[in-house]
Design a protein around this ligand. Structure first.
Ligand code: AQP
Length: 335
């Protein structure tokens, strides 16, 4: 059976981008057709300046929202990365096959490091090595497919390179995975800045009005979408280059309704009508997630139990592969 692995970072409140680009497909498709693991990758949240209590809170919230979005622990494995030691164990071995040049070429590293420096901060070494830990997350489970938004393509490519290199040098140990992307909404853009991805770790005070959070109240969602930046044109055309704001709204609406963004563009005579329908569609798509989240919050022990069970299952799956990698690279067997 195909093995699928994907993760979500507790670096902020989860967004419509996370939902349409990743979580929704995990719940509606991947968990039904594959042996799937979905992980709250909390170690990745420590790569930039962080508040420990907030990371803990956001990790629980992300796990709860995964379940609220329909990820079902009876069909797949849901767990938190730091509760399975194999990720960190394998990451070190992969650091021994990766090069620093490869790490410095990662676009996300360049962008985030520049952001940290602009804020007058220093860049954590873990920000540079983060893609290696992500490779360990994936390779520890002999993953075949990694369903992600297209912002993660470069990191999955690196994972493939590391797997191939390790296998060639030390003997076949890892499955070489591939990234898969949704047909629409592979990259939901910020509503106020449609040239940038809607990212949950963006500074909420600056970027917040352009980000729809999964737990936003319906009237907040409507307000954000009605105020989305467009351009001075009139015609609703699907053109990512020339009309990124309108294209973003069309893609969001298409993802929510199952329509095609190009076909939708012909059906609106004004930007206002498009925004109103998009707002209605987003509110409807998020309603069941918000409702289920509220129910789950009333029973936190259920989520704890899911995570405990998920970690035990994940550990049992990862350990043989990580032990094999230890042996292959020249370390003594575990005692
Ligand atoms: N805007 C988006 N559109 C489509 N897919 C998206 N994803 C994230 N944003 C969008 C996908 O959601 C999954 C989990 O994302 P993540 O937690 O790894 O990253 P993030 O939400 O983008 O969080 P940050 O902290 O803001 O990340 P950076 O700044 O590192 O990108 C992934 O499958 C992702 O593709």
């Amino acid at each position: 059976m195909t093995r699928v692995f994907s993760g979500i970072k507790p670096t902020g409140h989860l967004t419509l981008g996370n939902y349409l680009g990743a979580m929704r497909r995990w719940a509606s498709v991947d968990q039904h057709r594959a042996d799937a693991l979905f992980c709250v990758v909390d170690l990745h949240a420590l790569t930039v300046d962080h508040d420990p209590a907030r990371v803990r809170r956001l990790s629980r919230q992300a796990a709860t929202l995964l379940l609220a979005a329909g990820v079902d622990p009876r069909l797949c494995t849901v767990f938190v990365q730091s509760q399975v030691d194999e990720h960190a164990r394998l990451s070190y071995l992969l650091e021994c096959v990766a090069t620093d040049g490869e790490m410095r070429r990662m676009v996300q590293y360049k962008e985030k490091a520049a952001r940290e420096r602009d804020r007058g901060g220093s860049v954590r070494l873990s920000l540079l090595t983060y893609p290696v830990l992500m490779a360990a997350d994936i390779l520890a489970y002999r993953t075949d497919e990694v369903p992600v938004g297209d912002d993660q393509t470069q990191h999955v490519e690196l994972t493939r390179d590391l797997a191939v290199r390790f296998n060639q040098r030390y003997g076949h140990t890892f499955t070489v995975p591939r990234a898969t992307h949704p047909e629409v909404a592979a990259r939901v853009m910020n509503l106020q800045e449609p040239s940038s991805k809607m990212g949950k770790s963006d500074d909420a005070a600056v970027a917040g009005p352009g980000i729809v959070y999964l737990l936003d109240e319906p009237d907040v969602v409507r307000k954000k979408i009605m105020r989305a930046v467009t351009d001075s044109g009139q015609d609703v055309l699907y053109d990512r280059e020339e009309r990124p704001g309108i294209a973003n709204l069309l893609e969001i609406l298409a993802a929510c309704t199952g329509a095609d963004p190009e076909a939708l563009s012909g059906t609106y005579s004004s930007y206002g009508a498009l925004k109103k329908e998009t707002a209605d569609a987003v509110v409807e798509v998020l309603r069941p997630v918000r409702d289920r989240h509220q129910e789950l919050c009333a029973d936190p022990s259920y989520v704890e139990e899911v995570l405990r069970d998920g970690a035990a299952r994940a550990r049992a799956m990862a350990r043989p592969t990580v032990d094999a990698a230890y042996r292959a690279i020249g370390l003594l067997p575990p005692v």
